[in-house]
Design a protein around this ligand. Structure first.
Ligand SMILES: [Zn+2]
Length: 222
C-alpha cells in the first residue's frame, strides 16, 4: 500500500493525498471528514479529560495522515491543522480563565530524525494560528520530548502500550502552574496522551483538555 502511495506521489505529485484521483492537494470528498464538527472520543484513559476529535481514523484519512507524516506532503499541515483547531476549540474549558497552552505529544526521536521534523508541530502551528484568528488567544509550547527508547506501538494491546510508554516522555519546558491542552494526531488507545499527561502533571502542569484530529473508530461514540 505505501509502495503504491509512494509511487502515486512520485508520478502524480499534485494529486489528492487521500484518493490519488483529483489534481488537488485534497479533494472535497477526502477533505469532508476533516471539516466535521468536533465530538468527544468515546472514552478517556484514567486521569485524562475526554479527547475531542473531528474524524474517524479510517479510509482515506489514514492515507492522508501517512502522506503528511511519512511522505513529506507538508502542505497537508493546513487541512489537518484546521481540523485540529476545531477539536481544540471544542475541548477548551469554558469560563473566564485564559485559554490554556497547547502542548503536543511528540513523535519518537528516530521518527523525527528520519522525517527531519516533528510533523505534528506543523499542524499545531496551523491550529494555533486559526484559533488566534478566530479570537481564541491560545499559544503553543514545545514542552515534551520522547526519551527515545519506545518500541513501535503498532500491534500492542492497550495494556502493553501503556507499559511500553511508561516514563517515555520527558518535559523540557517550564509548565508548572500552567493550564495545558494536550493534543495528538490520532487517539488509538489513549496511552500516548495519558503518558504525556502524567509527565506534564508530574512537572506541575494542569492538563485541562485533550484533542486530536482523529480517533480509531472503536473510540467513537457513534
Ligand atoms: Zn481524494
Amino acid at each position: 500500500m505505501s509502495v503504491l502511495a509512494d509511487l502515486i506521489d512520485l508520478l502524480l505529485p499534485q494529486h489528492c493525498a487521500g484518493c490519488g484521483q483529483h489534481p488537488v492537494l485534497l479533494c472535497d470528498a477526502c477533505a469532508r471528514p476533516l471539516r466535521a464538527a468536533a465530538r468527544p472520543a468515546g472514552q478517556a484513559p484514567a486521569g485524562l479529560p475526554p479527547p475531542w476529535t473531528v474524524a474517524a481514523y479510517e479510509g482515506p484519512l489514514r492515507t492522508i495522515l501517512a502522506a503528511y507524516k511519512e511522505r513529506g506532503r507538508a502542505a497537508l499541515a493546513v487541512p489537518l491543522g484546521e481540523a485540529l483547531a476545531t477539536a481544540v476549540h471544542a475541548a477548551l474549558p469554558s469560563g473566564p480563565d485564559p485559554p490554556p497552552v497547547v502542548v503536543w505529544v511528540p513523535s519518537g526521536r528516530r521518527a523525527v530524525r528520519r522525517r527531519g521534523h516533528d510533523p505534528l508541530r506543523g499542524a499545531v502551528d496551523v491550529a494555533v494560528r486559526r484559533l488566534r484568528a478566530d479570537g481564541v488567544p491560545v499559544t503553543a509550547l514545545d514542552a515534551l520530548r520522547q526519551r527515545g527508547r519506545v518500541a513501535d506501538q503498532a500491534g500492542l494491546s492497550a495494556k502493553e502500550r501503556a507499559a511500553n510508554l511508561k516514563g517515555a516522555v520527558e518535559v523540557r519546558a517550564d509548565v508548572a502552574g500552567r493550564r495545558l491542552v494536550l493534543v495528538d494526531d490520532v487517539v488509538t488507545t489513549g496511552a500516548s496522551l495519558a503518558e504525556a499527561a502524567r509527565a506534564l502533571r508530574a512537572a506541575g502542569g494542569e492538563v485541562t483538555a485533550a484533542a486530536a484530529i482523529a480517533a480509531t473508530p472503536r473510540h467513537r461514540p457513534w
